[in-house]
Design a protein around this ligand. Structure first.
Ligand code: CA
Length: 96
């Protein structure tokens, strides 16, 4: 009973931690499982880290890469990492 109360209290106090520690089930026909997170299959090996653990970019072979210090847009364009998340779209698709 005490253990049940502790789990309930933890769930109330730390909802994000409890939710994150739960494995999720993905729709594997359309999604890739990072373990505790699902991402669209098209995000796999696209040179952008989408999984919190980076699993979607491990064991990938890339046909195209960007110079060190650059960020690769989802379109494959290379832009300086300094411009990533600066509120302006340097990538033609706005993926930066
Ligand atoms: Ca990715």
């Amino acid at each position: 009973m005490m253990r049940l109360l502790l789990v309930a209290a933890a769930a109330l106090l730390l909802p994000n931690v409890v939710a994150f520690s739960r494995a999720v089930s993905c729709d594997l026909e359309h999604e890739y499982s990072c373990g505790f997170q699902c991402i669209p299959l098209e995000f796999l090996c696209d040179n952008v880290r989408d999984c919190h653990n980076g699993l979607d970019e491990e064991s990938c072979e890339y046909l195209h890469s960007c110079p060190i210090g650059d960020f690769m847009c989802r379109t494959g364009e290379c832009v300086s990492s300094h411009f990533k998340c600066n509120g302006l779209a340097e990538c033609s698709d706005g993926s930066d």
